[in-house]
Write a protein that binds this ligand. Structure first.
Ligand SMILES: NC(=O)c1ccc[n+]([C@@H]2O[C@H](COP(=O)([O-])OP(=O)(O)OC[C@H]3O[C@@H](n4cnc5c(N)ncnc54)[C@H](OP(=O)(O)O)[C@@H]3O)[C@@H](O)[C@H]2O)c1
Length: 499
């Protein structure tokens, strides 16, 4: 069943067929923090009423003890509020298979557990190095058979660590599942404000005519975090900001903001347009990394109300680590619409404020009618699409200050999701899980999207590795990032938006 994603976003009923959901890695962090609350929320709304959930992990748990744990998760503060009866009813829908990922018995047990549910959805909430084993075992045990119902798999990032490993991983998946049954999740795409990018652009007449290089000076995309590397030091050492945030989330945001209108809203029509953007990105290789990129690492500083150590003093991080916790890029698109418009991307940990936003910065008017004073106080128009915090949209423009001759000031028109709609914004995972259950892959990444994103990012990684000078700067924890980032702006008229 293919559904119109925007219609779905408007809350039209979407009831998945009877299915069995298997969560590999059910004793892990992702299951506890995201999957169980999202599934419970679907349960409360009556979606997925004919679903069984089976947890799969190595831990010495039974169905009884897993149910007790799930029940306790539903009492946690961030779980949806509900009655004890609802919580008990949800807990009764889950089972547990205790097994190692490489043991065929575990898969045999899964097969026995779900004969009444011809449709199977597998969720890989596992360490990435387990993907291959699990997928191959699913295949060998016949669980990926498509003849009785669908067999579908959801996989989390990271999808490889460069182009070659991502391709190898895609081959592993393709050996067991047809491409249309592989759901590569990027939870950012499940956020309401991210989906609203398309609606804003193509559901209104006023934006699209100016959405091009005639009117837009540049676009900034920011994903700033205040947290450090926390307990993920070991993973992060091998990843860094470019792989962890830019390869996936930020290039997805870039493709949504820069894409051409799709012919319709079928999943492949939308993804075809997104891939075109990724393919139009001008490569950044060894000859260009110094001019087009900045990489940096946080040093000790003040954050979250206290002193915090630098990255190199974090747990499981090498004392001389060269991993970047901040990356900024100037991306150029070789396309008719965007030729000459820089897309400035930046992401970092331990920055002064948590923010995810896209800002479209327009050109100044062609003629300065109001004199030099006005020119100094008036800023070019900016349209900000805010994903975090306080989802919304802000348009800034210049207005006359009352009374004074023709002095002006920049003011803002603000739209806040929270106050404009009574409905609560659904959690991204809830939306995406339901999409996968009903077979709507619009908001999931297709193989060629992942491939194109890795091709670009692998070029930069290669460039960084090749440059003779170690191009790593440092910034104070709690600051707005390294000073070097300003050189990417390439114009005294441009500024990074304040964090
Ligand atoms: N946590 C998040 O918020 C988050 C966000 C975005 C993406 N992700 C991605 O989601 C995936 C899962 O992350 P996570 O944080 O939940 O990891 P995690 O807490 O380390 O959990 C890993 C799970 O895998 C199981 N496992 C590992 N090796 C096993 C084996 N050989 N046999 C059977 N079970 C095994 C563990 O079970 P036992 O401990 O019982 O063996 C545990 O249930 C990763 O790919 C991560 O990158 C996570």
């Amino acid at each position: 069943m293919q559904e119109n994603p925007l219609a779905a976003g408007l809350g039209l009923p979407r009831e998945p067929p009877p299915l069995s959901l298997v969560i590999f890695g059910a004793s892990g962090d992702l299951t506890r923090r995201k999957l169980v609350p999202a599934l419970f929320s679907l349960h409360l709304k009556g979606s997925a009423a004919r679903m069984r959930i089976t947890g799969f992990a190595r831990r010495d748990w039974t169905t009884e003890s897993f149910r007790a744990r799930v029940r306790a998760m539903l009492d946690a503060e961030d779980a949806p509020p509900a009655s004890a009866v609802d919580k008990d009813a949800f807990a009764a829908r889950v089972d547990f298979v205790r097994s190692s990922f490489d043991s065929p018995e575990g898969y045999a047990a899964l097969k026995e557990a779900g004969p009444d549910h011809p449709n199977r959805l597998f969720y890989l909430a596992t360490p990435p190095d387990a993907y291959q084993t699990v997928v191959e075992r699913i295949h060998q045990s016949g669980l990926a058979d498509q003849s009785r119902g669908y067999a579908r798999i959801i996989v989390e990032k990271p999808l490889g660590r460069d182009l070659a490993s991502a391709r190898a991983l895609n081959e592993v998946f393709a050996g067991a599942f047809p491409e249309e049954q592989i759901y590569r999740i990027d939870h950012y795409l499940g956020k309401e404000t991210v989906q609203n990018i398309m609606l804003l652009r193509f559901g209104n007449e006023i934006f699209e005519p100016v959405w091009n290089n005639r009117y837009v000076d540049h676009v900034q995309i920011t994903m700033a975090e205040t947290i450090g590397v926390e307990s993920r030091g070991r993973y992060y050492e091998g990843a860094g900001a470019l792989r962890d945030m830019i390869q996936n989330h930020m290039l997805q945001l870039l493709s949504l903001v820069a894409m051409e209108p799709p012919v319709d809203l079928a999943p492949d029509s939308v993804r075809d347009e997104k891939v075109k953007v990724l393919k139009s990105i001008k490569p950044i290789g060894a000859d260009a990394v110094e001019a087009e990129t900045v990489r940096a690492q946080y040093a000790a500083g003040i954050a979250e109300g206290g002193e915090v150590p630098g990255y190199r003093r974090e747990q499981e991080v090498a004392p001389d680590s060269g991993t970047e916790t901040y990356a900024a890029l100037r991306v150029s698109l070789d396309s008719w619409r965007w030729a000459g418009v820089p897309f400035l991307l930046r992401t970092g940990k331990r920055l002064s404020r948590r923010a995810t936003e896209i800002s479209v910065h327009f050109r100044r008017p062609p003629l300065n009618l109001f004199g030099d004073r006005a020119r100094l106080s008036a800023q070019p128009n900016v349209l900000v699409l805010r994903m975090q915090p306080q989802e919304g949209i802000t348009l800034s423009f210049n207005a006359k200050i009352p009374g004074h001759a023709s002095d002006m000031r920049t003011v803002a028109m603000d739209f806040a999701y929270g106050s404009a709609f009574a409905e609560e914004l659904p959690e991204a995972y809830e939306r995406l899980l339901l999409d996968a259950m009903v077979g709507d892959s619009t908001l999931f990444m297709r193989k060629d999207e992942v491939d194109s994103a890795w091709r670009f990012v692998t070029g930069i990684l290669g460039g960084w590795a090749e440059t003779a000078r170690p191009c790593l700067s440092f910034y104070r924890a709690g600051s707005s990032g390294p000073d070097e980032a300003s050189r990417l702006l390439a114009s005294a008229e441009r500024r990074w938006r304040r964090l």
